[in-house]
Design a protein around this ligand. Structure first.
Ligand SMILES: [Zn+2]
Ligand SMILES: [Zn+2]
Length: 274
């Protein structure tokens, strides 16, 4: 079902159903995380961060470009894994021919561990994810000015005095704000401290019960709830939003299984995006 979520002034909305469709919008930064459905009301957002090519995450790409081209909106920035670039570009050229008008878009493959600016205060980085096909997750950072360590215990007047003299007393830090996993195994969280330290983590959790156990989940490049519980100590996030639940579970089952199984240390921080 369509879902909205807000935390500390950050708003998200969209839909995420495992194997069916996933697309989550962050309007304040004009971002779409994946586009597995057709977000008619959101085509004006100009940054599409695509995790991988499975159609439940990428089916809307031609439609999104087509709609923006028809409406004479600026070319969207579409970020995707490097190994997907050529195939996606070929598909878009074919659709352009079928539709009989020019598609305008910027297709880009971000490099691992490089900051890509979104606006003056926000950037993103990509991190490798572990799925059955080439895939990557995204972390959004916020620029934060902080007092340098050596000035932390100095009285305020003295700091002001130093500033007046032109001394640089503060430094800029990039704080991981939001991470988005797409489809992946748990290693995505375990290998990247910026992911496990993001204020908000959108994390796939496709399987929840013993009928599809951890072994099966890993074979298909997904996360089982039991793994999140097993690695509970690794999560430093303020909020963990679970997405991409298999359609084999009803919303009622999802809530019952998640909240009955989670340890106390996670229960208050975890939300289900359903
Ligand atoms: Zn998926
Ligand atoms: Zn997938």
């Amino acid at each position: 079902m369509y879902c909205k979520y807000s935390y500390k002034g950050l708003n998200f909305e969209g839909i995420s159903e495992g194997g069916i469709r996933t697309s989550i919008v962050m309007p304040s930064l004009s971002i779409l995380f994946d586009i597995g459905n057709l977000p008619v009301d959101h085509v004006h957002h100009e940054n599409l961060l695509l995790t991988h090519g499975h159609l439940d995450h990428s089916a809307g790409v031609p439609y999104y470009i087509s709609q923006r081209s028809l409406r004479k909106l600026t070319p969207p920035n579409i970020y995707l894994p490097e190994d997907l670039f050529e195939d996606m570009n070929d598909i878009l050229k074919i659709y352009q021919k079928i539709e009989g008008f020019e598609y305008v878009y910027n297709l880009k493959s971000p490099k691992i561990n490089v900051f890509y600016p979104l606006n003056n205060n926000h950037s993103f980085k990509v991190f490798k994810t572990h799925h059955r096909i080439v895939s990557q997750g995204y972390t959004i950072y916020e620029k934060n000015k902080k007092l340098k360590e050596e000035y932390k215990n100095i009285p305020k007047e003295e700091i002001l005095n130093l500033k007046f003299k032109g001394v640089e007393v503060s430094e800029e830090k990039m704080i991981p704000l939001v991470s988005f996993s797409g489809d992946t195994k748990i290693e995505y969280v375990l290998e990247n401290s910026d992911v496990s330290n993001s204020k908000i983590l959108f994390l796939e959790c496709t399987y929840l019960d013993d009928k599809r156990d951890t072994k099966r989940a890993r074979e298909w490049g997904h996360i089982h709830l039991d793994e999140i519980i097993h690695y509970a100590k690794e999560f430093n996030n303020e909020k963990i939003i679970l997405i991409h639940f298999s359609k084999r579970y009803s919303n009622k089952m999802i809530k019952e299984l998640v909240y009955s199984k989670l340890p106390l240390s996670l229960r208050d921080r975890v939300e289900c995006f359903i």
